[in-house]
Design a protein around this ligand. Structure first.
Ligand SMILES: C[C@](O)(CO)[C@H](O)COP(=O)(O)OP(=O)(O)OC[C@H]1O[C@@H](n2ccc(N)nc2=O)[C@H](O)[C@@H]1O
Ligand SMILES: Nc1ncnc2c1ncn2[C@@H]1O[C@H](COP(=O)(O)OP(=O)(O)OP(=O)(O)O)[C@@H](O)[C@H]1O
Length: 297
């Protein structure tokens, strides 16, 4: 018997970042939108914990116990006093180290798959608690849809969304490390007073209305200057998408994937085509959101 869980990527439509906390993390006002690019994690009983991965970026995914899917299985098994004897196979379509919560998605998916396979009957609250231990983005990968994350981004309030938003995502030739981008944010912030991060009321209203123009006018990412500082070529990708008619262009989370908000599926194909021939990026994908979070198939 096997259990397969499908789990989406995310884009941050607002990422407001506060000053570094004593524990090294940053308080955030993090508005997440789950978009239709998916990984699938299949859990099958096995003699011992084993991770395998397939997909275009599979070579960059660790197959040891540092993999977030493995850590999720170990965390759940540890709470029940059982051995995490499971084979977790990851069919990976979310870019690795792209700022789209790929590893976080696999952690949430593996947790749900193991809970189902082992019949551990964890409550939603317990699953969310384990997710928060695994990483700041992991709870949102479980929940999906749209949500405001505060604290490290792990304390979620689900948000109403009035319609589908269409996106184009441009992958970069290399990854960016999330801690390195936060460190660069701190370096650029030296000597400046960093305001408390707050969600934009106009942005939440745009989401609730399903109004792409209003959302385009309000999207923001405080990590973008840091990502551009570490990866200056991303400015060319952003410019190429804007020139092709994107309503808004921004770095997704800690980058280096760039995200382009467009009016509809037709505009997505047009902007994607222009980005593909621009020579400023790697693979280009289109996806819409919100979509549901981790789901047992
Ligand atoms: C950039 C985002 O993807 C936006 O959604 C997240 O804030 C990052 O979430 P994540 O990858 O799940 O991050 P975690 O695994 O929790 O933390 C990785 C590292 O990112 C930095 N980090 C992360 C979240 C946060 N609120 N403040 C931070 O400073 C810390 O250096 C931390 O050691
Ligand atoms: N299941 C996994 N899939 C991909 N990377 C993983 C996984 N588990 C651990 N990692 C490690 O995490 C690093 C970050 O990869 P990931 O794809 O999660 O980045 P990301 O999408 O930028 O994350 P986020 O948006 O949550 O900051 C990788 O370089 C890899 O070493």
């Amino acid at each position: 018997m096997s259990v397969t869980v499908r789990v989406p990527a995310k884009v941050n439509v607002q990422l407001a970042v506060g000053a570094a906390r004593p524990d090294g993390f940053h308080d955030l006002a993090n508005v997440f939108l789950a978009v239709g690019l998916y990984d699938e994690v299949t859990a099958t009983p096995a003699a011992e914990l084993r991770i395998t991965c397939e997909g275009p970026d599979a070579g960059q995914v660790p197959l040891d116990r540092t993999n977030l899917a493995a850590r999720a299985a170990i965390a759940l098994a540890g709470r029940r006093g059982i051995e995490p004897d499971v084979h977790l196979h990851i069919a990976k379509d979310i870019p690795v180290a792209g700022g789209m919560a790929g590893g976080s998605a696999d952690g949430a998916a593996a947790l749900l798959a193991c809970d189902t396979l082992w019949g551990t009957g964890a409550s939603r609250e317990e699953l969310l608690e384990i997710c928060a231990e695994l990483g700041s983005d992991v709870p949102f990968s479980l929940v999906g849809g749209a949500a405001l994350g505060v604290g490290r981004g792990e304390r979620l309030t689900e948000l109403e969304v009035g319609g589908a938003f269409h996106w184009v995502f441009a992958m970069a030739g290399r990854g960016l490390s999330t801690p390195a981008v936060f460190r660069e944010f701190d370096r650029l912030a030296e000597g400046r007073q960093i305001p408390e991060p707050v969600a934009s009321a106009d942005l939440l209203a745009a989401l609730a209305k399903g109004d792409a123009d209003a959302l385009a006018a309000t999207v923001s990412n405080d990590l973008q200057p840091a990502a551009l500082s570490l990866f200056p070529e991303l400015a060319d990708t952003l410019a190429a998408g804007r020139e092709a008619g994107a309503l808004a262009a921004l770095v997704s989370g800690s980058g280096p994937t760039t995200a382009f908000l467009v009016r509809d599926a037709g505009a997505a194909e047009k902007v994607a085509g222009a980005l593909r021939v621009s020579g400023t990026c790697g693979a280009v994908r289109t996806a819409a959101g919100p979509v549901t979070g981790a789901t047992v198939l």
